[in-house]
Design a protein around this ligand. Structure first.
Ligand code: KIV
Ligand code: ZN
Length: 519
């Protein structure tokens, strides 16, 4: 009997981005979408077009570039949301609108203040309107986990008649047990039959998102909504890598099911997500955590050396993790560097490789050994590079003697001109932000600051992530900076956020010009 394909619907760019601190700029979203396409996901939920002009822009640009996965935008069951979603995905080769409305008594009564009949009417109107933009329309019963199954049968019948092709059953608050979710899907499957694809979207509030998703496959779900590294609202969503690896590793249980995922791309995708968001999976996270394939105890190490399967049920290499990878240093050549990049799944043009190699050489002068994660971080900076409206040329800091006045001097290039200035501050970092603000003519408000070491050692690369508000009416913008010097990484991160802000404004202008969209 041939296997049935379980569609993988990735929502890292939408629900994943709703994780605190996980916001991404448009260039980063495009790179991640291209990597998700390479990973083989069937549907990429690229964002929520009506949420912000930045979301609209990112979805529109992903739609132009992704060819082998369906590109989807989320929309509430509102005309303006659906219009924005339809316009944002208009140029995608394969496109989908995903519209939703809550169906649980608590949401209908207190959040929507609508009767069940009004909710059905809204859902039908939303699906019918979405069908005017594309054939592929998904409908979700928000908070399905706490909704009445009889009512869901009724609303699902109505939206199927209006043209919905996928019906998603989210456990929005992560409340259900696997047996309960399976029972819901079983009953809905009996009612829906083959008229539409049943999907589940499980949150991880009780740590059951993956178990619930798997139970639903056995009960009849044929699409799973999930995220890389399990990112997502609150405790996150079901982790894509865990679902896919369970289906593969426990083929004896899931004999009849397969996915289109190219599992060799799991580790590179996970790394790209953590590099872009600055959120590392917990070390003991299944499949992609730092310790997932590490054996600490002597007994385990001995066993694995004698026969890997004594303590390993999966092969690290299968997910694209090469534990024996070579550490590069200043004497490594361009060839070894290029090999390394392709082993990470990066597909760079020759001139980009040359540029990255130059930066690698600078780093190799400052740092004895270059680890894989150093190179990933370096390349992530390269590929997510946004137009350098402001470019840091030099940064000079006074030493912070007790009782001294911390000051920072910068030279910044803008439209071909170099501007130099200096400022004092309450601390060195404050002085750095103040002088950049003054030179660039902005007044950023720092909302969040995070620094971590990319790899081990006293000479480790510092990765700084900042969140800055440049315009009070707009959300905070994230910036990343990488350097062996923490203050230099800080200045780069702050200027990066500023450049993101500038390019977002530019991007919007061109989207408006091109599409005439009302954003
Ligand atoms: O968790 C949820 O209910 C959602 C829906 C919008 C699908 O994310
Ligand atoms: Zn969700």
């Amino acid at each position: 009997m041939s296997s049935e394909i379980i569609k993988i619907f990735d929502t890292t760019l939408r629900d994943g981005e709703q994780s605190p601190g996980a916001s991404m700029n448009t260039e980063e979203k495009i790179q991640l979408a291209l990597q998700l396409e390479k990973l083989g996901v069937d549907i990429i939920e690229a964002g929520f077009a009506a949420a912000s002009p930045g979301d609209f822009d990112a979805i529109a640009r992903i739609s132009e570039q992704v060819k082998n996965s369906t590109v989807c935008s989320l929309a509430r069951a509102l005309e303006r949301d659906i219009k924005a979603a339809g316009e944002a995905i208009a140029h995608a080769k394969m496109r989908r609108i995903h519209t939703f409305i809550a169906t649980s008594p608590i949401h209908m009564e207190y959040k929507l203040k609508m009767t069940p009949d009004q909710v059905i009417k809204k859902a039908v109107e939303a699906v019918s309107y979405a069908k005017t933009f594309c054939d592929d329309v998904e409908f979700s019963c928000e908070d399905a986990g706490r909704s009445d199954v009889g009512f869901m049968k009724e609303i699902l019948d109505a939206v199927i008649n209006a043209g919905a092709t996928t019906l998603n059953i989210p456990d929005t608050v992560g409340y259900r047990m696997p047996s309960e979710m399976a029972q819901i899907i079983k009953e809905l499957k009996q009612s829906v039959g083959e008229r539409a694809v049943l999907s589940v979207h499980c949150h991880n509030d009780l740590g059951l998102a993956v178990a619930n998703s798997l139970a639903c496959i056995e009960a009849g779900a044929r699409q799973i909504e999930c995220t890389i590294n399990g990112l997502g609202e609150r405790a996150g969503n079901a982790a894509l890598e865990e679902i896919v690896m369970v289906l593969k590793t426990r083929k004896d249980v899931f004999q009849n099911y397969d996915t289109n995922i190219n599992i060799k791309e799991i580790y590179p995708t996970s790394k790209l997500v953590s590099t872009i968001t600055g959120i590392e999976p917990q070390p003991n996270k299944a499949i992609v955590g730092k310790n997932a394939f590490a054996h600490e105890s002597g007994i385990h190490q001995d066993g694995v050396l004698k026969h890997t399967q004594t303590y390993e049920i999966m092969n690290a290499k299968d997910i694209g993790l090469d534990k024996n990878s070579i550490v590069l240093g200043k004497h490594s050549g361009r060839h070894a560097f290029k090999d390394k990049l392709s082993s990470f799944g990066f597909n760079l043009k020759d001139e980009e490789i040359n540029e990255a190699f130059e930066r690698f050489k600078v780093l190799a002068d400052a740092k004895k050994e270059i680890f894989d994660d150093d190179i990933r971080a370096l390349i992530a900076e390269e590929i997510t590079k946004i137009p350098q409206v402001f470019e840091l040329v030099t940064l000079q800091l006074s030493d912070c003697n007790p009782g001294g006045v911390p000051n920072a001097a910068v030279t910044i290039r803008h439209e071909g001109e170099e501007i130099t200035d200096a400022a004092i501050g309450n601390g060195t970092m404050d002085a750095v932000f103040k002088v950049i603000d003054r030179v660039c003519g902005v007044s950023g408000e720092l909302k969040d600051y995070k620094v971590d070491a990319v790899t081990q050692g006293k000479d480790a690369l510092a990765r700084v992530v900042v969140k800055v508000v440049f315009d009070e009416s707009k959300p905070a913008i994230m910036g990343h900076g990488l350097s062996v010097d923490t203050m230099l990484a800080t200045a780069k991160a702050y200027i990066g956020a500023l450049n993101s802000y500038m390019s977002m404004k530019e991007g919007l202008r061109s989207i408006k010009d091109k599409t005439g969209a009302n954003i």
